[in-house]
Design a binder for this molecule. Structure first.
Ligand SMILES: Nc1ncnc2c1ncn2[C@@H]1O[C@H](COP(=O)(O)OP(=O)(O)O)[C@@H](O)[C@H]1O
Ligand SMILES: [Mg+2]
Length: 241
């Protein structure tokens, strides 16, 4: 008998919103150990709202969030970070005047990560040798692709159990988008579980194992990415075929 895959992140029947306004309706999704999972959908479909609930920035009005087997519903961002949830925010949010190394070290601010700082740098520089070369350069002087590496590297400094990313390709030129997707795949290849939120459906379906498609706050489709790439609805609505 084969064992069920271990879930590192599990969102169950989430109802989410802001004040009176509900924008996410009964969404369930999960990430298994070692998986790169895409969450795709158009602008305003509720992707960032789901990530905000996962990282504790908003409280779900209904449903639950589990990290591993622990119910973490409603915990604050700090407590979720302590439990190994790392968030690469939209727009990278680097300190442009600070060096690459200083930006990375911000990811190791929590005591458990601080104790493993040297190991964290080693891991990030092994994955992104460019950043080691540029470690004393101002983050703002780096290329867009390298800045995205810094943002991901900063999250890895936490030694996370799962990484969530909000639209890492946003605002990048097409060539850089491919580079960033390659970078994300290489992070996943180290075994790091990732939930990748993107509008760029083509790219995400190319690099992910599974994906969820969100429309107007509801899941419209889900499945293995290879299968979704051939889905007529996806091809029509997102791939322009
Ligand atoms: N802070 C907020 N207050 C009120 N409404 C919001 C807020 N953030 C997002 N929304 C609304 O929630 C819906 C989903 O937004 P969002 O999760 O950001 O979508 P996506 O990330 O898929 O573009 C949108 O209609 C948006 O206008
Ligand atoms: Mg968003």
């Amino acid at each position: 008998m084969s064992e069920a895959p271990r879930r590192v992140l599990d969102v169950v029947d989430a109802d989410l919103g802001y004040g009176e306004l509900q924008v996410v309706f009964g969404v369930s999704l999960h990430v298994n150990a070692g998986e790169l999972v895409g969450l795709v959908g158009g602008n305003g479909s509720g992707k960032s709202t789901i990530l905000r609930a996962v990282s504790g920035m908003i409280k779900p009005r209904g449903g639950k969030v589990f990290l591993g087997s622990e119910d973490v519903t409603g915990l604050k961002p700090h407590d979720l970070a302590l439990r190994g949830l790392a968030h690469v925010p939209m727009g990278r949010q680097l300190f442009g005047d600070m060096t690459v190394e200083e930006n990375l070290s911000l990811g190791a601010y929590l005591p458990p990560a601080r104790a493993r700082r040297a190991e964290g740098f080693e891991r990030v520089y092994r994955l992104f040798p460019d950043l080691q070369v540029k470690r004393r350069a101002a983050a703002g002087s780096l290329s867009g692709g390298q800045q995205q590496m810094v943002a991901i590297g900063r999250a890895l400094m936490l030694h996370p159990k799962v990484l969530i990313m909000d639209e890492p390709s946003l605002g990048l030129a097409p060539l850089l988008v491919r580079e960033v997707m390659h970078v994300i795949r290489s992070v996943a290849d180290t075994g790091m579980p990732i939930l990748l939120v993107e509008q760029n459906v083509t790219q995400v379906l190319r690099i992910s194992e599974r994906a969820y498609v969100l429309e107007n706050g509801r899941l419209a489709l889900e499945g293995p990415s290879a299968q979704l790439r051939g889905d007529p609805m996806i091809r029509r609505a997102y791939l322009g075929l």
